[in-house]
Design a binder for this molecule. Sequence first.
Ligand code: MOS
Length: 712
Amino acid sequence: MTTATTGRTTPLGAVGTSHTRVEGREKVTGTARYAGEIPFADLAYGWLVLSTVARGRITSVETEPVLAMPGVRAVLHHGNAPRVETEYQGMIGPPDPTTTLFQTDRVAYLGWPVALVVAETSEQAREAAESLVVHYEQEPHDVDFSGDRPEARPVDGFAPGLIEKGDLEAELAASTHVVDTEYTTPEEHHSMMEPHAAAAHWDGGRLEIVDSNQSSTWVKNDLAKMFSLEPSAVRVRSEHVGGGFGSKGVRVHQVAAVMAATVLQRPVRVVLTRRQMFSLTGYRSPTAQRVRLGADADGRLRALEHRSVNQTSTVHTFVEPSAGVPRVMYDAAAHHTANLVVPLDVPTPTFMRAPGEAPGSFALESALDELAVRCGLDPIELRVRNEPDRAPLSGLPFGTRNLLGCFHEGARRFGWADRDPRPGVRRDGRWLLGTGVAGASFQAGAGPSTALATAEPDGTFTVRISAADIGTGARTALTLVAADALQVPVDRVRVHIGDSDFGPAMFAGGSMGTRSWAWAVNAAAEELRERLALGSGIPPEGITVRADTTEAISRLARTERHSYGAQFAEVAVDPATGEVRVRRMLGIFAAGRIVNPLTARNQLVGGMIWGISMALHEEAVRDRATGGLYAADLAGYHVASHADVPHVEADWIEDDDPDDPVGIKGVGEVGIVGAAAAIANAVWHATGVRHRDLPIRPDRVLGARAAGAPDA
Ligand code: MOS
């Protein structure tokens, strides 16, 4: 049943067929419990107090009146909280000082955590926290982000800061067509449904944490380092997660719960409010991006520059590597890309679905649309003429790259061939109509993981891996992978996830979760099947096999491995009100082998919907006077809702990663990439006006029309 060359299970089995979520019934009936609602005996409740100034020093905390309030058991702050390690290498680097709570009297931004009130009930804790008086020595703050800040510096993050090839000015001068444009994207927030929540307690010398996270391995290892504990003395569980999108790593709620549980020697839970999440759980930095493209008369690129500036906090650096997009997508004789960072008195940004690619693709894929108009070329034809046969800067061969296949199939299904390229000429009553297209890519990586597969005496199988299902359907996908590797029906396999005691595993991030875990699950299950084939009986405790992919992943061939996509959008614009409605979207992807079409489609469509939201709705606005956000809640921060989401279709073409045992690449992030650009390009096609600043709000549409003639 397996092919000889790769050891891959044939598609005769479960992988590639649609399955509803194995925990779906539990979730829709409310029996699936989330971290904020799992009961504990003798539980106390912690409530965080955040700074009301954007920069300065805490001079005093008036704890006495609050300690006298009903039910209050403790007030932790920089003057009395347990000391922790603040300098260590965590799973993704050194800690953000935001998370190493209460170790300093410095306040780095508005919404900085200054105290934790612990009480017998959540209501008592909240009442007391809101009564706590904290005195500050306030200092002038600076939250004024722009692309022109002179202190902006290229910084290496998880992508290099600066990569330059060739003589940019010379190639621009030699170009027939030049585009030189600036784009901005605003501060955006993850806004997942389930707030961050954790309960911590000590159980016979072992620290137990029930959490909502994207990796129990990550949280366990980092907390062990922060609190100077043996890793084996910490257990983190996270069974169900109501969304993460990059925000649910190590955050203040876990640390606060551990500190309070340690001080009080009883279980303590800390749940963040939606407002607290706006300053404590990361966000996507605003970006200011300049793109310069130079092309020959036939549209072939000679010069490509992409420079992106983002903000970070003064205490920790996060780079939103938007200029990374052209390093994979397009080549040119002169190819300059830079990711620059400006530290300000703002919270630290973090990974948010397609970090870099989401804002970067908006700028680059918009600029290419502008270049196509200059060249008099169809935007898809422009991409055909600029399709590289090797990775532009690394020179590495591509693994599989089916970008043009996505454009081809998408154009056929969207009806692109009949498109009139002229802008501003189609009407449906009061609406102006237009269509737009953009390309997408996202890296396909894998991280080491361990998995346990057990043959039970009753003929069923149990798989254990510290994976995180943040809504992706990972648990279900792994069930299908295990069933195929074991060559048994799906209903004989149970997969348990979200427990650091199952051994180290990759985080749910970078679109690498399912691929990384499936690799380990596949390896453990295949080895178990081989063991069982030897024919010995199964003892009462079962037979367990453990697999660790560290070695196999280190031997991966060096190629540029990415998922690709082509995004198509049709919009209607009301010139009287400035309202933009997306009428339909189609995304065609080449994203490796699709394990579960039902949940994979859900991921891709979810990303595309977020692209609509990014293009038209989402924007967190910072108030220069206070340094905080206006309307830091889901009434003031607009995300696309049902009425904003029309017919959205996602599909894929054949693509199979030859280097992956299951053929997976990953679908978590590529769905948002290029989506906002496709919509912005469609708005241009509808109106003749370029929108280079997101979101494309009604006032911007009206303002641009009032400002004058359509631009080309
Ligand atoms: Mo994702 S932004 O890698 O959780």
